[in-house]
Design a protein around this ligand. Structure first.
Ligand code: M6R
Length: 610
């Protein structure tokens, strides 16, 4: 996700903005840029410098430029639409309007067509499309408020915009939907930024810009008005955190921040791919023939991405009734796999750089399979080398333990499963859009789970003292438990095994002793009773059982010690709230043990060795 800053006041704007960008760089940094309003050149008021690379490159390039300016905007980019190039870097400018953007414009293709923009766009970004719309209405109305109001009525998606109008000196216009913006006023001027880190050197008093509210910054203060023109009073907040903790958005660790970012990441990954309620990959150029012609699906990935693949397999087989196999990439490479040109190969990787996954993909391609990668990091090797790429829009994942990347990988797999079902005639339009509607509904469900963490903290108190733990479930619940056990192992160093609940009695149940923690997942109605029988078996042998079910299940103390409930949603979608619960159990266990949650021992974020 991109970093944004705007400043207008009495200080040297270039310095304030570049310093701010450095603070925001952790949000992602494939390019950076600034736009400054010159005081001494009214005939050419806007100075822009932007380029691919970190802020240090931008700083170097602007070093010799003496710009007389006390008002400007700056941006660090984490590419979503369009490659990492100087042209795609922000700010974007046209006519009298200069803009920076964080978020994703969902209907940008539609806007290009409706406003005949195809031939005039300079970059490949959705942001430039938003800029052109605002410019169009500014030319029409000659009024910045009217232009912004009209534009945001047309633009769909998540956005925070900071805008300069070259004929309105010293003022910055801002508005947001979903994507964050915080603002504050100091003795030296007014500031706005995508997070508090950039504001703190100047003020600790700030407010969160309410959505759909236009903020206008000038050197003396900030005024707010809603889209009806009514004045809005912001709710002032005071930050007493240190700068390090603010980079984590006030969370003690990136992992917790990233867990909490899941609703937004899901929204950003799903929404741009839905047209009339149906998954649509025309933006990605993925042809339907790929889905129609394949006889089977083969998923290749490592670690968490592989466990997302396991869920994808169950969902796809259930809906499509074609064989779906999931391969650990490091094994796949040496298996001489049974795939051919009738195989659709889905390659999943957060980083897009995992060497085993990359090499596995190359083998699949050599055997004639068509490849679609699901990747979070734009322009990464796997994304570039696969036949097609479906980017997840989780923003940078900094903590080594993958959390938000997992849920958006699932979201991408559900999109693919649904499109395949539709084009193969398994689902009609109504069924496909009902399915996607249920996927979208998990966004508020996740939000609800995130609001009530008491139960997960309670489980973690038991886990902290354990040497071993077990995660059990049947069918889809088993696929979820694999990821739950991995999360616990990698950050809390508690040995954890995921087991199909019905398989325990064939050996592993011998390991259950008095007090052994068992997390049992029972969200699948069809086999609910069967799973509960297995839970009773471990409980009878002294296990300390945490049971996760849908709301409304009656379970007594003979079944479990802690009962965690997720909202009552259809079986196929329970992975999302369950995943969040399991992530939080792992997080609070590791944190409670005083471990380095974000950088667990022996692990690297991107595994580029075999
Ligand atoms: O970048 P990738 O998704 O390809 O990474 C795959 C695994 O290395 C990764 O998921 C790893 O298992 C994480 N540490 C899990 O939290």
């Amino acid at each position: 996700m991109c970093g944004i800053i705007g400043y207008t006041g009495t200080l040297d704007a270039k310095k304030v903005i570049i310093d701010g960008l450095k603070e925001l760089e952790y949000r992602g940094y494939d390019s950076a840029g600034i736009a400054l309003m010159r005081k001494d050149q009214p005939e050419d008021p806007i100075y822009i410098m932007k380029e691919a690379g970190p802020v240090s490159v931008l700083e170097e390039s602007t070093k010799g430029d003496e710009v007389a300016s006390t008002c400007g905007i700056g941006h660090t980019r984490w590419a979503t639409h369009g490659g990492v190039t100087d042209q795609n870097a922000h700010p974007h400018t046209t006519g009298r309007v200069t803009l920076i953007h964080n978020g994703i414009i969902e209907n940008y293709r539609e806007l290009i067509n409706s406003y005949n923009l195809e031939d005039s766009l300079i970059s490949e970004t959705d942001s430039e499309v938003a800029l052109r719309i605002i410019d169009y209405y500014y030319n029409k109305y000659q009024d910045p408020y009217r232009a912004i109001k009209k534009s945001v009525g047309i633009i769909r998606g998540s956005y925070s915009f900071c805008i300069l109008f070259s004929n309105i000196p010293g003022k910055i216009f801002c508005i947001r939907n979903v994507s964050p913006l915080v603002a504050g006023v100091s003795e030296k001027g007014s500031l706005i930024a995508s997070d508090l880190t950039a504001l703190l050197p100047y003020t600790r008093d700030y407010f969160v810009l309410p959505e759909h509210t236009i903020a206008v910054l000038d050197p003396d203060g900030i005024t707010l008005q809603d889209l009806e023109g009514n004045e809005v009073q912001p709710e002032m907040l005071h930050a007493d955190w240190d700068v390090e903790s603010v980079k984590k958005g006030g969370y003690p660790h990136f992992m917790l921040k990233e867990i909490n970012e899941q609703p937004e990441a899901m929204h950003n990954t799903l929404k741009p791919r839905l047209q009339d309620g149906l998954p649509d990959f025309s933006e990605e150029g993925i042809p339907d023939s790929l889905f129609q012609d394949c006889r089977e699906v083969c998923i290749i990935a490592c670690g968490t991405a592989n466990y997302a693949g396991m869920v994808g397999k169950s969902i796809m087989e259930l809906i499509l009734r074609i064989p779906v196999s999931v391969h650990i990439a490091s094994e796949f490479r040496y298996e001489d796999p049974l795939i051919d040109d009738k195989t659709l190969c889905i390659v999943i990787s957060q980083s897009g750089e995992t060497i085993d996954t990359l090499e596995g993909m190359k083998i699949a391609m050599k055997k004639g399979a068509k490849t679609i990668s699901i990747v979070n990091v734009k322009g990464s090797t796997i994304a570039r080398e696969s036949d097609y790429v479906l980017y997840t829009h989780a923003g940078p994942e900094i903590s080594v333990a993958s959390t938000k990347a997992y849920t958006v990988q699932l979201a991408a797999l559900y999109l693919l499963a649904c499109r395949m079902a539709y084009v193969r005639g398994v689902y009609d339009k109504e069924q496909a859009s009902a399915f996607m509607n249920e996927v979208l509904m998990v966004v508020p469900v996740i939000t609800e789970v995130l609001k009530n963490i008491v139960g997960m903290k309670h489980v973690s108190e038991k886990m902290m003292k354990a040497k071993d733990a077990f995660y059990i479930g049947r069918s889809l619940d088993y696929a979820f438990s694999l990821e739950g056990a991995l999360k616990l192992k990698e950050i809390s160093y508690v040995h954890a095994e995921a087991y199909p609940a019905g398989e325990l009695k064939h050996g592993t149940i011998a390991l259950i002793e008095n007090g052994t923690p068992v997390v049992a997942i029972a969200t699948q109605e069809k086999i609910y009773e069967k799973t509960i029988s297995n839970v009773r078996e471990v409980k009878a042998r002294g296990a300390f059982v945490t049971l996760i079910t849908k709301k409304g299940k009656e379970v007594g103390p003979e079944v479990c010690d802690i009962h965690l409930e997720i909202p009552d949603i259809a079986d196929q979608f329970t992975v999302f709230p369950v995943a969040v619960m399991l992530q939080l159990i792992a997080y609070y266990t590791a944190d409670g043990k005083g471990l380095d949650v974000d950088k667990p021992r022996n692990l690297a974020k991107s595994v580029t060795v075999e």
